[in-house]
Design a protein around this ligand. Structure first.
Ligand SMILES: *[C@@H]1O[C@H](CO)[C@@H](O)[C@H](O)[C@H]1NC(C)=O
Ligand SMILES: *[C@@H]1O[C@H](CO)[C@@H](O)[C@H](O)[C@H]1NC(C)=O
Ligand SMILES: *[C@@H]1O[C@H](CO)[C@@H](O)[C@H](O)[C@H]1NC(C)=O
Ligand SMILES: *[C@@H]1O[C@H](CO)[C@@H](O)[C@H](O)[C@H]1NC(C)=O
Length: 835
């Protein structure tokens, strides 16, 4: 039955099925049969795995050694079975907490004593705040609410967030869940989120320290297509070259593990270069061996089943199971492993050791969460309960996140802020004006007390009227337009709320168009035509929207992007409109024009390729027209910058001359051979002056670009950001740590990180400052001499070249006869090649 159901209901409905069948997880069945807590005295506390004086690894091994094969297999699902004879209750691994406790996983249930949780803004909006303190504080608040729900049996301890895949294509339905398109921004968000959710990390313990909760970096890797054209994430084979893998797709995961110390990785549905992500032993190995990952690897939900059933990658379920277990996956979200692992073992395809390896990872995380600590299990967080959810403190933090994240995209003639006491009436038009379900975005729970935009504006101007204009976000008809025209004519100020909702972009649904849905544009134009003053356009949604028409139309005075603002969105928007908050959010993704949709979403290449009319992707590589650039965002203040300190020159040393690549200009060095990366880090000191009349909280985005064009290098690249509060007519100093090996490097086509030598340009909006990077061998002085030679017309050889007979006409190197060649000259393995 279950098997039949699962195969019938595969894909999106599987999630539903699991939800219905297993929530709430630990209360089903005979209460006496199932222990509530492991290691309960007096019977179940005598096992070695309950002994808190032993190291985690020993306790995990002790527990594995007590289990039968069948018991082990029943642990390999998100709903791990109880083992009553050992006092083990069932354990639900799947809970969700992307931007607040969400109802997507079976681990969370809203009923009884907890019926709501704080709904923070969707991640893409929080990312626009560029404020690490804020991100960490939100993750800690979510952790408090999660532990509180756990204590009353309504949520788990292991959460499958954050989603840190790069927002590679503007059409991606889940781009809203991510911190955007830039690898550095995504990486820094990931670190703050994971540290905040997991609690302070103590690196003292070799097995990994104790955890408040477990966070999961997903989806590993190159996952960013849900359902587009004939492709679904379940079968999509992401073809990613080594270069993009190294400097776009992997960096957020590397940081999430290395710096965030995440205790979980989720492998994705898609294939990566022909191999299902959950079977990519090399990638999972890299995380453990190179990045030091300590934790468990879960598959995305049903991502093992699809390997055989949909991808036909293997020839049996048992082969799939052997592949993923041997690759290093530990549990399967879904029931595929419990159903097929025994036959995989019987047929000799998988071995019991493979399961034991997985169980050690799984139990180690449970041990670090303290659930086997008997009475001690609750000591640290046991005081948390329903009173710790929906607190004023958490609501204020959610509010602060929207205030900091809202992006002002247009403000013609300083139309905003509105003068509080001079505005007598406001008309609010658009379904998002009152429908607070629009504010959540995906992976939400039940908000505590949502404030609509209408309510927010009414708190400033009691005469605020509302008309939907469009009956819903898709806006297929003009039903409702007349009512909107009527209120627009009467009001002094008109606010139109347009944009996207989950009907356009969500899990399992990508967009085809970047334009506003349905007849929204017609509505905006018509309203602008009849309103007394140019209208204010508020855009909801996570993905970029081509609003070029509004950008140019004088009938639209201002445009604000509100993302999915969460439950306090309506209030924060009103505060910005009326000038109690000076907006300072900046876009975490570039906004493309509609013409970009001619590019297949399936093309994973980041770099432009003019030979096939491919414009590249994201602000780092895209060469086409933009609607709004990455990092764009206005404010009610104007800021000006000064570089207070940038070094003029940085000299790096190499550990081995052999690996040094010295090719024709531009000269580069592989970062792995730079032995002085730590020593050459430096602080850029910047002064920011607020020329406006209002205090502002402003994000300084520091970019770099190579001075001369270098094949494969980004157009520009974010290397640091810092948010600062600056009073009107005052300056603030901002300090940004730059790590040249990391920030000025990018990958070559082999996926090796290379650092260009020579002049680099640091950029603060229009202000630029040059700095030179050289190695001991390649100094600027040499470079100047080369430059004077006027374009490298001849190579200057050392005297040793005279060993080569002048009558040898071969141009190319022939090592077999010690031939150094002329223009492709090598010496000691170093390629000089200065033709
Ligand atoms: C999608 O599938 C349909 C039907 O099989 C086919 O006609 C169409 O060409 C496919 N589109 C692409 C872009 O491959
Ligand atoms: C927004 O999307 C949600 C989920 O699809 C839907 O329930 C709601 O009705 C939508 N709201 C509008 C105004 O279209
Ligand atoms: C704007 O108003 C003018 C004059 O009434 C009309 O001709 C035009 O069609 C209107 N445009 C829109 C977009 O409604
Ligand atoms: C960053 O966020 C924190 C937490 O909300 C806030 O206290 C701080 O003022 C913010 N920083 C700036 C510069 O706005």
């Amino acid at each position: 039955m279950v098997e039949y159901l699962v195969s019938m209901m595969r894909r999106r409905s599987l999630l539903l099925f699991l939800l219905v069948s297993s929530a709430p997880f630990c209360f089903a069945g005979d209460a006496d049969l199932y222990p509530k807590l492991p290691c309960e005295a007096p019977v179940y506390n005598s096992f070695a795995f309950c002994d808190t004086s032993l190291p985690i690894a020993n306790r995990a091994r002790a527990l594995v050694s007590l289990l039968t094969l069948q018991e082990k297999i029943q642990q390999l699902s998100n709903t791990a079975a109880a083992v009553p004879r050992l006092g083990l209750p069932a354990f639900e691994w799947w809970s969700e907490s992307l931007h607040g406790i969400a109802s997507n996983g079976p681990g969370v249930a809203f009923y009884g004593s907890v019926r709501a949780a704080t709904e923070f803004p969707q991640v893409i909006l929080s990312a626009a705040a560029y404020n690490r303190t804020l991100w960490g504080a939100m993750a800690r608040a979510i952790a408090v609410e999660a532990r509180a729900m756990y204590n009353v049996g309504q949520a788990g301890l292991t959460y499958w967030a954050p989603n840190i895949n790069i927002f590679r294509d503007p059409r991606w339905g889940r781009g809203q869940e991510t911190p955007g398109e830039d690898p550095l921004l995504a990486a820094e968000f990931a670190v703050e989120y994971v540290k905040g959710l997991q609690g302070e990390y103590d690196t003292g313990d070799a097995d990994g320290s104790s955890l408040m909760l477990s966070a999961c970096c997903k989806h590993y890797t190159a996952y960013d297509l849900d359902r587009w054209d004939n492709y679904t994430r379940y079968i999509f084979n992401a073809q990613v070259n080594e270069q993009d893998m190294e400097d776009t797709y992997q960096p957020p995961f590397e940081s999430c593990v290395k710096e965030g110390h995440a205790s979980c990785l989720m492998c994705a549905y898609n294939q990566v270069n022909g191999v299902p992500a959950c079977a990519r032993a090399d990638l999972l190995d890299k995380a453990r061996k190179e990045w030091g990952f300590k934790g468990y690897v879960t598959s995305d939900c049903d991502a093992v089943g699809i390997i055989y059933e949909d991808q036909k990658y293997t020839s049996s379920p048992e082969d799939s199971i052997a592949d993923v277990l041997k690759a290093g996956m530990d549990i399967n979200c879904g029931t595929y492993l419990p159903r097929h692992t025994e036959s995989a073992i019987r047929s000799g395809k998988a071995q019991e050791e493979d399961i034991d390896r997985a169980l050690l990872n799984l139990f180690s995380v449970q041990l670090r969460l303290g659930i086997f600590d008997g009475k001690g299990a609750k000591k640290q967080y046991g005081h948390l309960g329903p009173d710790n959810l929906c607190t004023k403190e958490h609501r204020d933090l959610a509010l602060e996140a929207v205030r900091q994240g809202i992006v002002l995209l247009k403000n013609a003639k300083d139309f905003l802020p509105l003068r509080k006491h001079e505005v007598n009436s406001v008309a609010i038009i658009g379904p998002g004006g009152t429908d607070t379900t629009v504010y959540g975005g995906d992976y939400t729970g039940i908000p505590c007390n949502p404030t609509s935009i209408l309510e927010g504006i009414r708190s400033y101007v009691p005469r605020a009227t509302f008309a939907a204009g469009c009956i819903d976000v898709p806006c297929q008809t003009m039903d409702g337009f007349d009512e909107a025209f009527a209120i627009a004519k009467d009001a002094e100020i008109v606010v139109v709320v347009a944009g996207l909702n989950l009907t356009e972009e969500t899990e399992d649904l990508d967009r085809y168009s970047l334009l506003l849905p349905g007849k929204q544009m017609e509505l905006i134009r018509a309203i602008g035509n009849i309103s007394k003053k140019p209208l204010i356009l508020v855009l909801t949604g996570g993905g970029p929207i081509d609003v070029s028409f509004a950008k140019e139309d004088p009938l639209v005075s201002s445009i604000l992007w509100l993302g999915y603002p969460g439950e306090v969105g309506g209030q924060a928007l009103a505060e910005v409109l009326f000038g109690d908050v000076n907006p300072g959010g900046r876009l975490p993704v570039m906004w493309y024009p509609e013409s970009f949709t001619r590019i297949p979403m399936t093309d994973m290449n980041m770099r432009a390729d003019p030979s096939r009319d491919y414009p590249g992707r994201t602000y780092r590589f895209y060469t086409g027209k933009q609607v709004y650039d990455f990092g764009y965002g206005l404010s009610y203040s104007k800021y000006s910058y000064k570089f207070l300190y940038v070094p003029e020159k940085i000299t790096v040393s190499q550990s081995s001359a052999k690996d040094h690549i010295k090719s024709k200009p531009p000269h580069i060095v592989a970062t792995k051979v730079v032995s002085t990366c730590e020593d050459v880090k430096f602080h850029v000191k910047i002064s920011v002056f607020n020329n406006g009349h209002m205090e502002g909280s402003h994000t300084v985005l520091l970019f770099y670009r190579p001075k001369t064009s270098i094949r494969g290098a980004p157009r520009k690249q974010l290397i640091g950001f810092e948010r600062a509060r600056i009073r009107a007519n005052e300056a603030a100093e901002v300090d940004i740590l730059v790590d040249p090996c990391k920030h000025f490097s990018f990958a070559d086509v082999q996926g090796q990180r290379i650092l260009p030598l020579g002049t680099h340009v640091l950029m603060l909006e229009d202000l630029e400052r040059e700095l030179v990077i050289e190695t001991e061998e390649f100094s600027v002085q040499n470079k100047k001499i080369e430059d004077k030679l006027g374009g490298y017309l001849v190579t200057w050889y050392p005297d040793s070249l005279t060993d080569v007979p002048m009558n040898d006409m071969s141009m190319r190197v022939d090592p077999s006869r010690g031939h150094p060649s002329h223009t492709f000259y090598t010496e000691n393995g170093i390629l000089i090649w200065m033709c």
